[in-house]
Write a protein that binds this ligand. Structure first.
Ligand code: AMP
Length: 138
């Protein structure tokens, strides 16, 4: 996730990632969904997978993703047909917060596009908590 004061490296990496954003190329998350590479799964149902971020920005940092990307490389590509999965992802984020014991106070973040430092082009919700979070974000 993009830090409050993103370095030029992070911004450059985000720009590079964006060049492949809409090629339909698989991302690291496809390998996590297929269990080809390991992840620490927190919650799973037929539509979504939630797993711990490898580079946590808070004591609790979980990513919630649709198992079927269906064109949702980023939130900015959402169409009316995605309404059900978008609602499902948000509700799954609340279930994750409950399971992680942070439902009294947590944050859900979606970085959409290079300007927001998105680095993986498979829609994902960051569920963050377990410490006092600051506002505004960077
Ligand atoms: P974003 O910058 O919003 O696109 O977020 C992508 C997130 O994916 C970052 O917070 C990364 O730390 C996380 N990430 C990348 N690879 C993995 C992985 N193999 N397992 C868990 N999280 C990952």
């Amino acid at each position: 996730m993009c830090r409050v004061s993103a370095t030029h490296d992070e911004e450059a990496s985000a720009r590079v990632a964006a060049t492949e954003a809409n090629t339909g190329a698989p991302t690291i998350f496809d390998k996590i969904i297929s269990k080809e590479i390991p992840s620490s799964i927190v919650y799973e149902d037929e539509k979504v997978l939630a797993f711990r971020d490898i580079n946590p920005q808070a004591p609790i940092h979980v990513l919630v993703i649709p198992k079927l990307r269906d064109g949702l490389t980023e939130l900015g590509k959402a169409e009316p047909r995605h309404e059900d999965i978008l609602g499902h992802l948000l509700h799954a984020s609340k279930i994750v917060a409950e399971k992680e014991g942070i439902v009294e106070g947590f944050r859900v973040v979606i970085n959409s596009g290079a300007t927001a430092c998105q680095s993986v082009y498979h829609l994902h919700l960051h569920v963050l908590g377990g410490r006092q979070l600051k506002w505004p974000p960077g």
